[in-house]
Design a protein around this ligand. Structure first.
Ligand code: PAF
Length: 282
């Protein structure tokens, strides 16, 4: 497995692979990898002969007071995991490689509409940072396929929209959320949970599953169901950011006949902001 830090080294390897007509899949990450990331790397392998994993803690997607400085940077461990999985190449650029004009002068890619609610409302500017860095990674790697996790449901919809709207020649694939045995979605930020908070955390997924079950049983009073979920989570000790039932395709409000729904939730437990979702097809 190659590890490169510059776009020139990356380009050199890509030219060689393309010379052999090999397809390239990209799995963008911020490192501190867990089983969820590794499942995306394995999924990438099903779609291309070569798999590139980028490891870059992207400053432009963190808001003021968020955890950019303290976000765990564990490249040596990440490389060990990726060697075993395996990936073919790790691209671990510095900030100056990803933003050569500096952060202030960086060209920004922004997707309106889809980014206004949910995580976009709670984390202003977050999705601009995500689409900007993903567009830059796409320009450097020029992948045939790019893989994102369903756990960041809104993010993968935003990226799909960017790809369609800019006509970028990349197929976006979404990999299933990987969960701990008790249902908690794997996330680098779970490490922020204390033991007591960790014991409560699975209730986020349990609540999504319970409300999903109510929908499967025919309930369609979406607002009541959202309120029930929020009060259940608040009683368990979560500081609820949002719990929403939306159209899976575009996050718009559903009507009673909509049969593809996504249930989205974000809630804080102490220092950790947890997000999760489930898709319910009726
Ligand atoms: O999902 C993430 O880890 C990040 O938002 C991404 C897609 C790697 C962009 O920095």
């Amino acid at each position: 497995m190659l590890v490169v830090h510059s776009k020139e080294e990356l380009a050199e390897q890509l030219v060689e692979w393309r010379g052999h007509d090999e397809h390239v899949a990209l799995v963008p990450t911020m490192g501190n990898l867990h089983k969820g990331h590794l499942s995306l790397v394995r999924l990438a392998r099903e779609h291309a002969e070569r798999v590139v994993v980028s490891v870059f803690v992207n400053p432009t997607q963190f808001g003021e007071g968020e955890d950019y400085e303290s976000y765990p940077r564990t490249l040596e461990r990440d490389k060990r995991l990726l060697r075993k999985t395996p990936a073919d190449l790790v691209f671990a650029p510095g900030v100056e490689t990803m933003y050569p004009s500096g952060l202030e002068m960086a060209t920004t890619v922004s997707v309106p509409g889809l980014t206004e609610n949910f995580c976009g409302a709670s984390r202003p500017g977050h999705f601009d940072g995500v689409t900007t860095v993903v567009a830059r990674l796409f320009a450097m790697v020029r992948p045939d396929v790019a893989v994102f996790g369903q756990k960041d449901y809104q993010q993968q919809l935003v990226i799909r929209h960017m790809v369609d709207d800019l006509n970028l020649p990349v197929a976006v694939i979404t990999g299933e959320t990987v969960r701990e045995d008790d249902g908690l979605a794997m996330s680098s930020r779970n490490a922020y949970l204390t033991d007591d908070e960790r014991a409560v955390a699975p209730q986020l997924h349990e609540t999504l599953a319970t409300i999903g079950g109510e929908l499967q049983n025919g309930r369609r009073n979406f607002e009541d169901l959202e309120e029930e979920a929020v009060s259940r989570l608040a009683s368990a000790g979560f500081d609820v950011d949002y719990f929403a039932i939306r159209r899976a395709q575009n996050l718009e409000s559903p009507d009673r006949d909509c049969d593809d729904l996504v249930l989205l939730a974000a809630a804080r437990l102490g220092k950790a902001r947890l997000i999760d979702n489930i898709v319910v097809t009726i």
